[in-house]
Design a protein around this ligand. Sequence first.
Ligand SMILES: NC(=O)c1ccc[n+]([C@@H]2O[C@H](COP(=O)([O-])OP(=O)(O)OC[C@H]3O[C@@H](n4cnc5c(N)ncnc54)[C@H](OP(=O)(O)O)[C@@H]3O)[C@@H](O)[C@H]2O)c1
Length: 294
Amino acid sequence: MTAKATGYLADTPLILGMMRLLDHPELHAPKTLAAWIESQLERGLDVFDHADIYGDGECERLFGDALAAYPGLRDKLRIITKTGIVLAHQDTSQWQTKHYRAEAEHVTGAIDRALGRLRVEQVDTFLIHRPDPLMEAEAVARALEEAVSAGKVRHIGVSNFRPEQWRWLHKNTDLPLSCNQAELSLAHAEPLFDGTHEAQLNDRLRWLAWSPLGGGKLAGHLPNDLLETARAQTGLSETALAMAWIHQIPGKPIPVLGSMNEERIKAALEGCRSELPRPLWFTLLEAVRGQRVP
Ligand SMILES: NC(=O)c1ccc[n+]([C@@H]2O[C@H](COP(=O)([O-])OP(=O)(O)OC[C@H]3O[C@@H](n4cnc5c(N)ncnc54)[C@H](OP(=O)(O)O)[C@@H]3O)[C@@H](O)[C@H]2O)c1
C-alpha cells in the first residue's frame, strides 16, 4: 500500500523549484517561460516554489513577467514563496554578514515585495525560510495573520524548522501551519530517524522535500549494478527511484524538484506515481548511507 496523503497540497505529486531559473537563460523571455509553465501545467504540475533570495529576487521577477504577459495563467497555478534569509552580499550594513530576518516588519515588507515581483495579488503559501534565534514569534505571527486577512497570502508555513521551533510559532497563532519545507533525499535521510518526520505527521505539517536529488549529488552515489537490477525490477531510472523513495514515506512528502530539464521532470513524475518493494527502499538507503539499518 502506498502512503496516503490528505490535507495541504494532497493533490500535488511534485513541486517545481525555481531556485535555478537563472541557470536557464533560454527560458527567460516571458513568452518562453510562459510556454514552459504551460507545458508543466499540462502534465499536472501547477505548484512553483520561489524565495526572495533566489537570484536576489530575479527568479520571482522573471516568473512574474511571464504571468503578466499571459493574463489567466496565474489562475491556473499555485505559488509558494518565502523570506527570512539575508545573504552576505545583500546586507547593506558595514558587516556584510549572512543573517536571518524572521522579523515582523521585514516579513510584512517581504510579502509586498514578492507580490510586486511576481505581479500577483496573492501568494498561495508564504514560508519563513529559516528558524531565526532572534524571532519574536508573537509579532511574526501577527504579521502573517495580517497578510492572510488582507488576502495577500492563503496559507502560511515554515522551512527548515525543528519541531520545537514550529511549535513555538504555532503557539502564537490560530492559523494552521501548512508545511515544513525541509531537506529530504536518499542522501539526506536523518530526519526519518530522529523523530522529525513523526513530529511533522503528528502536527499535520506537510513535508515539502527540498533537494530530492541531493542537488545533483545523488548522481554517482548509487552503484550501477544496483541501478540496473532496480531498473529491471521496477522499470525506473535513478531520478524516478529517488522520487518514488520519497513519495512512499507516510504522509507523502512532496519533492521540490530543482531541475527544469524536461526529461528529468518526466522521470521524476513517473517516480512519484510508482511504488518500490520495501526491501528495495531499504537497499537504496543502505547503498547511499554505506551502512545497513541496525
Ligand atoms: N527551503 C529551503 O531552504 C530550500 C533550499 C534549497 C532548495 N530549495 C527548493 O528546492 C528546489 C530544489 O532544490 P535543488 O535544485 O537543490 O534540488 P534537486 O532537484 O535535488 O537538484 C536539482 C539539480 O541537480 C541536478 N541533477 C539532478 N540529477 C542529476 C544527474 N543525474 N546528473 C547531473 N545533474 C543532476 C539538476 O541538473 P539538471 O538541471 O541538469 O536536471 C539540478 O541542477 C529549489 O529550486 C528550491 O525551490 C529550498
